[in-house]
Design a protein around this ligand. Structure first.
Ligand code: BG6
Length: 510
């Protein structure tokens, strides 16, 4: 019989959401339309929101409640998992409001507070509030400071209601700015009220990585340097930068995808079993992994980091222009759209095991996966010729698309000889469960509503990951040499293949 932790908190499905108003700063932005309100509407139709709820959009542009409602209906028709019927929309829309204001003007926050008090009374919300910062990141510090100055949030918890703040990515652009933002945030809020979003943590399959590891007895005994030869984590996208040249020129793929999403996946793959699934127990383990990342020795970056930039090419029949020709890109830019890393986690479990990470735009297809490549059997019992087609065992966790898990092992080819061929044992979400997985934002909004920080990143975690990433940026800033070209629609520069060849490995072709 498995031992249970008697102090385990109730699962989400066992908990009741409390009445609350969610204020979205940056309500005229894309995220509100594409993700936030559609996710909230889906939660509403699944009866996962409380009956007393309100959603207030806040942005600079003047708009009436009705205009905001109409815009959001259109967005939900397009993007929500559950499309609104007129009847369902009529009920949901009663809880939608809009408030125009300036992010840096105290009067806007007092007007917001007055409005929220009226909405509290009208909707029976009892003063509980979540503030969602979905503005450009340059507005985060001022918005947080103004929220604090207006008394809308504070460091001391209120006994009668809760106040929480969700902060969108990016959380800083390097170690220094992330530390400064943490200081700004923690000057006004207690860490327990801060919810830093990384939408990869809301993905079903990322959560399933924890379930696979810690709800099964089979895998964990093998999950270490004794059995695992190396690990590959891929976050490939087939799209280019899609008109986001201005942003991407500042960010690059290392900031855009690796510092947050891929490092979170890495941390969950490599962490020790937490003592419980409580937010801090879980995040303590992730922080330990990030702190154990071996810094790349000075002067040896080329042995550990390969960066690339896409040239024109064809991706699944679609023409992709050269990165240099994208709108908003400065001619001669050395900004990376591809990065491959070789990492070591200097702890007891992973000593000596290379973790290869790659992330890129303009790849042949979209795929995110974690693959553990196992060591060979200690002895070749079946002779050289039988084993010539044999490949190492691989456990591949497919995060998206075709969500699932596959295990590759050697099997005897039917016949009178002893030939061995690799075969796959597959689990697919679609086949096993049939239903569509929820959107990451649904899960994350709901968790924040419940006050569960487990799937949100903590301040020290973000800083630990920036610490490693910022060293790479500093080395790159010293020289723009070494940005390799790759044709859009290929798997990246040849130098990235050599990163693995040198160790006797090769990238998977997922
Ligand atoms: C975002 C990045 O955080 O994640 C985008 O800014 C990227 O550049 C996106 O395309 C990928 O998310 P997903 O969920 O489509 O894998």
């Amino acid at each position: 019989m498995a031992t249970e932790n008697p102090l385990r908190e109730g699962l989400i499905s066992e908990r009741q959401p409390e009445p609350c108003t969610l204020v979205i700063f940056g309500a005229s932005g894309d995220l509100t339309k594409r993700k936030l309100v559609p996710a909230l509407f889906t939660l509403f139709t699944e009866k996962l929101l409380p009956e007393s709820f309100a959603i207030v959009g806040f942005a600079r542009k003047a708009m009436t409640d009705d205009a905001f409602r109409a815009e959001m209906k259109e967005a939900c028709l397009k993007f929500a998992r559950h499309k609104p019927t007129d009847a369902a929309w009529a009920v949901f829309a009663k809880g939608l409001f809009y408030q125009a204001g300036e992010y840096d003007t105290p009067a806007s926050y007092s007007a917001l507070e007055e409005r929220l008090v009226r909405i509290d009374a009208e909707r029976g919300v009892k003063g509980n509030r979540i503030f969602y910062l979905s503005t450009p990141p340059s507005n985060f510090p001022i918005t947080i400071a103004q929220l604090g100055a207006a008394g809308l949030v504070g460091r001391v918890p209120r006994p009668e209601c809760f106040r929480r703040v969700i902060i969108e990515k990016p959380f800083g652009t390097d170690l220094g700015t992330a530390q400064q933002l943490n200081r700004d945030v923690l000057a006004v809020l207690d860490e327990k009220s801060v919810y830093r979003i990384d939408h990869y943590l809301g993905k079903e399959t990322v959560q399933n990585l924890m379930v696979l590891r810690f709800a099964n007895g089979l895998f964990e005994p093998l999950w270490n340097s004794r059995y695992v030869e190396h690990v590959q984590i891929t976050g490939a996208e087939s799209i280019g930068i899609e008109g986001r040249g201005g942003y991407f020129e500042q960010a690059g793929i290392l900031r855009d995808m690796v510092q947050n999403h891929l490092f979170q996946v890495l941390a969950i793959t490599a962490m020790e079993p937490p003592v419980s699934m409580n937010a801090d127990d879980l995040r303590d383990e992730k922080v330990k992994v990030l702190k154990a990342l071996r810094p790349i020795p000075d002067g040896r970056f080329d042995e550990f980091v390969i960066r690339g930039q896409y040239r024109a090419g064809t991706i699944a029949g679609r023409r992709q222009v050269d990165y240099q020709e994208e709108t908003g890109v400065t001619k001669g830019s050395a900004r990376e759209t591809y990065v491959a890393l070789k990492l070591f986690i200097d702890n007891w479990r992973w000593a000596g095991v290379p973790f290869y990470l790659r992330s890129a735009k303009a790849m042949p297809k979209k795929v995110t996966e974690v693959a553990l490549v196992f060591r060979e059997a200690p002895l070749r019992l079946f002779g050289k010729s039988a084993s010539q087609n044999q490949l190492p065992n691989v456990l591949a966790i497919r995060i998206q698309p075709d969500e699932g898990v596959s295990l590759r092992f050697g099997a005897k080819v039917p016949g009178n000889t002893m030939d061995i061929q690799p075969v796959n044992m597959e689990f697919r979400y679609g086949t096993s469960f049939g239903n569509e997985p929820p959107e990451a934002y649904e899960r994350l909004l709901l968790d924040c509503w419940h006050g569960d920080q487990a799937l949100f990143t903590r301040g020290d975690e973000v800083e630990a990951s920036w610490k490693w990433i910022s060293r790479v940026h500093r080395a790159w800033e010293a020289s723009s040499a070494g940005v390799h070209s790759y044709e859009a629609g290929t798997w990246g520069p040849a130098e990235a293949d050599r990163l693995l060849f040198r160790d006797g490995h090769q990238w998977r072709r997922p």
